[in-house]
Design a protein around this ligand. Structure first.
Ligand SMILES: [Zn+2]
Length: 307
């Protein structure tokens, strides 16, 4: 029997193995830590610091019913497929934003409950007592939920700002959330209209439809601008890509769609970044216009270059 070169190599491989020097045995199987998302990012915007805070995230069943109520199933499935998204579930995010103007700490919205916002705030290095102003973009439960811990205000030293139309609406509804979370704070609350400022460079922008007095906020410092769009769009692919798709949480569907088109049209034209409360964390990106609506372009490092 002749031994080919190939056979010789195979025979060599079968020789008893000599333990390799320096190859350490595994110490132990490492415990899995569970999927994780850091709860804050921080960016410079002119002389401001802007900190999106992840107050919570959860799975939402039935995205078609939430974000595409008025479109055929096939159209929704095609859009989900185009965006590499599943059709049976979505991941919801709740992202208040903290703005440090160097004169004041201003918190926009508060999440579902105090725990989430307090944990994210602490991770970002801020005590709740250091918050000077809490701005409410609107009064849905996932934005006002962190205001009160039982009878106690979460942000003990803060004053509050919201849209006059928004407050007028909810104060007349006998709404449980409003009565528990907002009414106890009314003596420290001031009311604004579109165009009013909460601080120099931080201006209310009417974005009605999602709720009757829903406000976006434009931040501008040293020539750099960013829009806080709150709930003007509730999903980065479905609502931005298809602004006319009806969103379950939009109280006035037609007004909400018109606001989406106008507000994101302006953001696209200005090519400024925006933070959307329900966008995938850190909830910040840009939009470009498409045939039907807008394409969300997540921030990569553009704002890191601000310093
Ligand atoms: Zn919301």
């Amino acid at each position: 029997m002749t031994m080919t070169r190939r056979n010789a190599l195979l025979a060599g491989a079968a020789l008893p193995l000599v333990p390799a020097l320096g190859a350490a045995p595994a110490l132990a199987a490492a415990e899995k830590q569970g999927a994780a998302t850091p709860p804050f990012r921080r960016y410079a915007l002119g002389s401001f610091e802007v900190t999106p805070l992840l107050a919570g995230t959860r799975v939402q069943e039935g995205p078609k019913e939430i974000f595409a109520a008025n479109v055929p199933q096939e159209e929704f499935e095609a859009a989900a497929r185009a965006a590499f998204l599943p059709t049976d579930r979505a991941q919801g995010f709740f992202t208040p934003t903290l703005v440090n103007t160097r004169s004041e700490l201003i918190l926009f919205d508060t999440g579902l409950a105090p725990e989430g916002i307090l944990a994210a705030l602490e991770a970002a290095g801020h005590a709740p007592d250091a918050v000077d102003v809490v701005v409410l973009t609107h009064m849905h439960g996932d934005h006002i939920g962190g205001l009160m811990e039982g009878e106690t205000p979460t942000f003990a030293k803060a004053r509050y700002v919201t849209g006059r139309i928004e407050n007028d609406h909810w104060s007349a509804q006998g709404n449980e959330g409003y009565e528990a979370k907002v009414r106890p704070l009314l003596d420290k609350m001031t009311f604004v209209e579109g165009g009013d400022e909460v601080a120099p460079g931080i201006t209310a922008v009417e974005a009605f439809g999602h709720t009757p007095g829903h406000m976006a906020w434009r931040l501008e410092s040293e020539g750099q601008a960013l829009m806080l769009t709150a709930d003007a769009a509730n999903h980065y692919a479905f609502s931005l890509g298809h602004p006319d798709w009806e969103v379950r949480f939009d109280m006035d569907k037609a007004a909400a769609a018109a606001t989406r088109r106008a507000l994101f049209g302006r953001i696209a034209e200005e090519r400024i970044p925006f933070i959307g409360y329900h966008m995938p964390f850190p909830a910040i990106g840009f939009v470009e216009t498409t045939d039907e609506g807008f394409r969300f372009v997540p921030e990569s490092y553009q704002l890191m270059l601000n310093g």
